[in-house]
Design a protein. Structure first.
Length: 342
């Protein structure tokens, strides 16, 4: 980790401080989520506008609403409905999570028996291929994994009808991609480490290599995750992006505290520490959604084919789980995509 001490103008100068986006308040960076769709079984999910016209395509971004879990409910009132935690976390029961996964499959596909294929996420650039309902394999034609043993990685792709590929998030960015001509689909999990490793950009490249996909035939959707309004990061993250992307400065901005007390009485918050070394003042925020949109563009997808669904997991905790906002006590959402059986 490099020290910023002694560098004129600090981080903001390095990021071209003359750009208007470099200074903002959280409200200016917030992207609201659309109204969820409510399935007959009570599960709420977000859909991509326009994708419903493709009858062969199944997709959705889950919320925390509409399931059987009570581990992360705000209170213990048994009369209130449960939540849709889709991750096998230590705080929740496996039975509740398994039922939640069946409910999600039913809400998206109409059948609770639709196989849901996840990966064991490791914040990498590793992409796996799903060839059957039993699990993911490393390459097309390779031996299948046994049922219930997801492979390690952060991307999944398939052209096999009847499967729902799934990535889990609770702040990281989910990205769904589909080829309209070849009917190939993919799901990617992009935290900041996976984004630096180009999980989405390299994943689209694998789709082109293995399935003959062409970028002009592809569409993509970036789902809800922690927004630039809330995602404060440190020097390690900035340095990692700077080392990998020429446009890194476009992904960061300084966010100023909008606390009305601090605004009205700034003298109460002064310290004797040198500028840039005090916890008081602007913080550096990263726009992970824009970072992954840039990777889709770099992979060749037209800008018009990329949709940003919206929603900040940290801001909208009534709608989403957030690992950061809940200090680690959070369930998991799932973003799913699949090819509908004929």
């Amino acid at each position: 980790m490099r020290s910023m001490r002694g560098k004129d103008g600090g981080i903001t100068r390095r990021m071209r401080a003359d750009r208007a986006k470099d200074r903002a308040e959280p409200s200016e960076l917030f992207r609201p989520a659309p109204a969820p769709q409510v399935a007959a079984n009570g599960v709420e999910s977000l859909r991509v506008p326009g994708w419903e016209r493709m009858r062969w395509l199944m997709h959705g971004f889950s919320t925390r609403r509409g399931g059987q879990s009570r581990a992360y409910c705000a209170d213990d009132d048994p009369s209130k409905l449960g939540e849709l935690n889709l991750g096998f976390t230590a705080a929740d029961s496996r039975e509740a999570v398994a039922e939640n996964r069946r409910l999600l499959a039913e809400a998206i596909t109409g059948s609770r028996d639709t196989p849901l294929i996840p990966v064991r996420q490791i914040h990498s650039s590793v992409v796996r291929f799903a060839g059957s309902a039993d699990g993911a394999c490393a390459q097309p034609g390779a031996g299948e994994l046994r049922r219930g043993e997801p492979s390690r990685g952060d991307g999944l792709m398939t052209n096999t009808p009847g499967l729902l590929l799934a990535v889990q998030t609770a702040d990281c960015i989910p990205v769904l991609v589909a080829d309209r001509r070849q009917r190939v689909v993919a799901a990617f999990h992009a935290g900041w480490r996976g984004t630096v490793k180009r999980i989405v950009e390299s994943g689209v490249g694998r789709m082109r290599l293995e399935y003959g996909c062409r970028p002009n035939d592809m569409i993509a959707a970036i789902g809800p995750g922690i927004g630039a309004c809330c995602y404060a990061v440190g020097e390690e993250v900035l340095s990692s992006f700077e080392s990998q992307f020429t446009y890194f400065a476009d992904l960061f901005c300084e966010v100023y505290d909008s606390d009305p007390v601090r605004t009205k009485y700034p003298m109460l918050f002064l310290t004797q520490r040198a500028p840039g070394h005090s916890p008081i003042g602007p913080s550096l925020h990263l726009d992970l959604i824009e970072a992954n949109r840039r990777q889709l563009l770099a992979a060749g997808l037209p800008a018009r084919s990329i949709k940003v669904v919206g929603g900040c997991t940290s801001c909208q905790r009534d709608l989403f789980f957030s690992h950061r906002a809940s200090q680690g006590h959070a369930g998991r959402m799932m973003s799913v995509i699949g090819v509908r059986p004929r």
